[in-house]
Design a protein around this ligand. Sequence first.
Ligand code: SAM
Length: 234
Amino acid sequence: LFDDDFTQGQTTARLTGRRLRHVKEVHRAKVGDTLTVGRLDGNLGTGEVLSMDKDAMELAVSLDAPPPPPLPLTLILALPRPKVLNRVIIAATSMGVKRLVLLNAVRVEKSFWQSPRLSEENLLSQRVLGLEQAKDTRLPEILLKNRFKPFVEDELPAMAVGTEKLAAHPYDAVPCPVRVDGPVTLAVGPEGGFIPYEMDKLKEAGFQAVSMGERILRVESAIPALLSRLYPTF
Ligand code: SAM
C-alpha cells in the first residue's frame, strides 16, 4: 500500500524499505512481474516491476479498482495485553472492521496503557499490515478510551445509534446470532472478562449479552469466531 505521498492518477511508484524486502523475499518479485498494489484509503490496482536493485524498485502503477467495503462494525475491545495487541489489530483490520475502540475496564492492567504499542506509529503500521494481508485499502479508525464509565455513558450511545449492540459474554447471555443484517457494535471483554458492573453499564447503553457457548476463548480467538458468525461472508 502506498500512503499520502502517492496521489491517485500517478503512473509510477518507488518501493523501498519494508515493502521492498517483503515483495523481494516473500513474493520473489522480478522485473516484469505484476503485483497487487493500492493507495491507502484509495483504489487497488496493479504495479508492473520496471526495475529493481537492492535499495529500490520502480513500478508502473494503475489503480482503478475500489477496495472491498468495510464491515459495518465497530469493535469495542477492552485493551488486550501488549503481547497480543498487534495480532488483534491485524486480525480485526484484515477482517474489515470499520472502527476499533480500545477501552479501559477493571480487569485491564494499568500498565497496558503505557505500552509503546499504543503509539500512533505502531497502531498505523499494524493496521497497514492487516489491510495488505486482505487486499484492502480502507484504514479503520482506532480510538483509545481509557475511562470506561464516561465513554459508555456519554459517547457510546451516540456512536452505536442505529446499530445492533452486542456484548460478548459467556454467561447469562443469549446465543450469539449467526448472521446479522446491518451495522453492529460489538463489545469484547478483557482477559478476565467484564465485571458485573461493566455488563450492567453496557446493558444500560442498550447492549445485549451474547454467548458462543461454554468454551471460553482467548480474546484473539474470540474476535475472529464472533466476526465469522456475525458476517459469514466477510
Ligand atoms: N475469565 C473470563 C470470563 O470468565 O469471563 C474470560 C474472558 S475471555 C478470555 C475474554 C473475552 O472474550 C470475554 O470477555 C468475551 O467478550 C469473549 N469471549 C470469550 N469466550 C466467549 C464465549 N464463549 N462467548 C462469548 N464471548 C466470549
